[in-house]
Ligand binder design. Structure first.
Ligand code: DX5
Ligand code: ZN
Length: 227
């Protein structure tokens, strides 16, 4: 049955998966209806945690048939863009706060032939990207302070999403808004109502015993409506 749900994409964050079985976990969410796989790259410097790098992406690339949505929480960013592109990223998200030259970073992502995203920390205004919309396919609104999974959704970011949706629509460009951090069935509806159309979900998917049900529930579907 064709779903009447809006075009909401779900991107499970591998950060919440069992790290001893990464390929299996990624394959499982792909089979359970995920649209993208969200990969959180942390350097212990820009954020107070360390995750994994391009070698892990490369190892997963041939085994997982989902677009790789790569969220770089590293500084400097630019020296590593080519490595993540070569390792199998489909889109690369850089943080607006990670360097002085956001425009240059986005150019580097586009030059590498990848879709480009910008992530905004909770304290960062949407004005940070007002003059680079021509280089962006995606904006990631952080609804937690980046660095860890399992944190509480920051309701204060909803008005940012609303303003961002307005800015994007006024520009006439097709740019997705991804919401990242604390997204679950309780918080997703407000994010979607504000204008988000990509839901990153770590804990709420991987801590569930039923990945398919968890992904469908985020989209606002009941199990009977799963596509
Ligand atoms: C946080 C990461 C998120 C994280 C989300 O720095 O960017 O992608 O994995 O995890 P949950 O969904 O558990 O908040
Ligand atoms: Zn992320």
């Amino acid at each position: 049955m064709k779903s009447m749900a809006p075009d909401i994409l779900v991107a499970p964050s591998l950060l919440a998966a069992d790290f001893g079985r990464l390929a299996e976990e990624a394959t499982a969410v792909a089979a359970a209806g995920a649209d993208w796989l969200h990969l959180d790259i942390m350097d212990g410097h820009f954020v107070p945690n360390i995750s994994f790098g391009p070698l892990v992406l490369r190892a997963l690339r041939d085994r997982v048939g989902l677009p790789f949505d790569v969220h770089l929480m590293i500084t400097p960013t630019d020296p590593y863009i080519a490595a993540f592109a070569d390792a199998g990223a489909d889109q690369i998200i850089v943080h607006a706060e990670a360097g002085y030259h956001l425009h240059r970073s986005l150019q580097a992502v586009r030059t590498a032939g990848k879709r480009a995203g910008v992530a905004l920390n909770p304290a960062t205004s949407i004005e940070a990207i007002g003059h680079v919309l021509d280089l962006i396919d995606l904006v990631t609104v952080m609804t937690v302070n980046p660095g860890f999974g399992g944190q509480k959704f920051l309701v204060s970011q909803l008005e940012k999403i609303t303003a961002l949706r307005r800015m994007i629509d006024a520009s006439g460009r097709v740019i997705r808004i991804e919401v990242d951090g604390g997204v679950d069935v309780a918080t997703a509806p407000a994010a979607i109502a504000a204008g988000a159309d990509v839901l990153v979900a770590g804990t709420s998917v991987f801590d569930s015993p039923d990945y398919r049900g968890a992904i469908a529930a985020l989209r606002g579907l009941s199990v009977g409506e799963i596509r």
